[in-house]
Design a binder for this molecule. Structure first.
Ligand code: UDX
Length: 437
């Protein structure tokens, strides 16, 4: 008999995990407190954009293996309960807000069957799993707690879930490990590396992984600043150091930096937790990583002012991209949208285009203008900013677009466009960290 799984929290992480586990043949019950979300998911409608996921949700609903509900009691037969709720930054500081995690634990506690496993997937400060353990020891002593972080990237979530780099499980017994191996049997069969650890190490793995990724990006953005000062080219520098296998060429794309609902808040929560643990100095460097990242946004705004004028009022600026990264409609802590909003606040008229994120962007900043097509976005612009590297922007025809703008000037905030092509088409082209054309 295959184990039955429940997934608590059907946001981005939970929906992807629920649908993918169902596609591997498990019965999965997705539980969420948001009635509207559950209604939409039950009809096969995703509340966010993720390539390839909606098709899987529709097929799995039809198979009968996947269901969504607001009723925790429907998960009473589950052998494993995966906590997949959000852990956003708290309003009053850098730490993570764990209220959704504990609400999920409280919601499922009355329905936990004997011998079942509560498995955290949400990214949490180290020590959270033990707190849940302590709580359940009093309220549901018949269950065990495990941790199993998720490393999925938006835009590649299906691929990352069905073919992960590794599976990391934090357990306190061999039995818990065996139960988890039951859920991941199809992924173990394809050779996915399996790492067993204790609970705190497992919680730290996720924080360490995201901190390392953030460090790589801020490292190359720091190099971009030095390249600008010295007349070098950060894209060539990144390529040259990336051939060293100890360094590697991934996550060395200089530009306006990282954003999204995970990395920025995770490194801040990690700093806050280290302070609580008396290890403040160890993560002091992450504050610099955060500052370098936020500075990249300011550097673009400085280039805008240098290109146009200190006073931006009256200028028309076209922004290509609102999502924090391509293949996503997510605008949480998006560097692109943040830059657009700051330029708008400084008096410029800002028109934004994005293939998927316009609805979410408009909800956040209704006063800016939003264009359905690139042509509409660029019409009459004094300056174009390329801020999210959607593939479709790389195939634009700069020659044709140069006649639409008032002045063919572009800043490539992602070092993703073919500079020679744009310059040959008559554009004044500025890229972060590169000697300018
Ligand atoms: C990240 C982690 O990669 C993933 O393992 C974790 O589970 C969740 O957080 P994600 O938020 O989907 O995933 O985005 P990712 O692809 O890692 O990019 C994060 C940000 O860094 C984006 O804003 C992206 O534009 C930026 N980035 C990435 C760079 O600026 N340069 C790079 O070289 C790579």
């Amino acid at each position: 008999m295959k184990p039955v799984l429940s997934v608590l929290g059907t946001g981005y992480l939970g929906t992807t995990f629920a649908a993918c586990m169902s596609s591997l043949g498990f019965e999965v019950i997705g539980v969420d407190t948001d009635t509207q979300k559950v209604e939409r998911l039950s009809k096969g409608e995703l509340p966010f954009f993720e390539p390839g996921l909606e098709e899987i949700v529709i097929a799995e609903l039809a198979s009968g293996r996947l269901t969504f509900t607001t009723d925790f009691s429907k998960a009473k037969n589950a052998d494993m309960h995966f906590i997949c709720v959000g852990t956003p930054q708290r309003d009053d500081g850098l730490a993570a807000d764990l209220k959704y995690v504990f609400a999920a634990v409280d919601g499922i506690t009355p329905f936990l069957k004997s011998g079942s496993l509560v498995v955290g997937k949400s990214t949490v400060p180290v020590g959270t799993a033990q707190k849940i353990r302590n709580q359940l020891a009093l309220t549901a002593p018949q269950v065990e707690v495990a941790w199993n972080p998720e490393f999925t990237r938006e835009g590649f979530a299906v691929e990352d879930s069905l073919r992960p780099d590794r599976i990391v499980v934090g357990v306190t017994s061999d039995r818990a490990e065996e139960i988890l191996k039951g859920a991941y049997a199809p992924l173990l069969d394809i050779g996915t590396p399996w790492i067993r650890a204790d609970l705190p190490t497992t919680e730290l793995v996720k924080m360490a992984a995201n901190s390392f990724l953030a460090t790589k990006i801020s490292f190359i953005n720091a190099m971009a600043e030095v390249c600008e000062a010295a007349g070098g080219d950060v894209t060539v520098l990144a390529r040259a150091i990336g051939y060293d296998p100890r360094i590697g060429n991934k996550f060395l794309k200089a530009g306006i930096g990282f954003g999204g609902g995970c990395i920025p808040k995770d490194i801040r929560a990690f700093i806050a937790r280290a302070e609580e643990l008396g290890a403040t100095q160890a993560l002091e460097f992450l504050k610099d990583i955060d500052s370098i990242n936020l500075r990249a946004r300011q550097r673009v705004i400085e280039v805008v002012r240098r290109t146009l004028s200190e006073d931006l009022s009256g200028f028309k600026i076209a922004v290509l991209g609102a999502a924090y990264k391509p293949d996503s409609d997510d605008v949480r802590d998006s560097p692109a949208l943040d830059i657009a909003a700051q330029i708008h606040a400084a008096g410029a008229t800002v028109t934004i285009h994005d293939p998927k994120a316009l609805v979410n962007a408009r909800k956040r900043f209704p006063a800016m203008q939003y264009a359905q097509t690139v042509e509409e976005c660029l019409a009459g612009a004094d300056l174009v900013l390329h801020l999210t590297e959607w593939a479709e922007y790389r195939s634009l025809d700069p020659k044709a677009l140069s006649t639409i703008t008032k002045s063919p000037r572009i800043i490539d905030g992602r070092n993703a466009l073919d500079r020679d092509l744009w310059v040959a088409a008559g554009w004044k082209f500025h890229a972060l960290g590169r000697a300018n054309a």
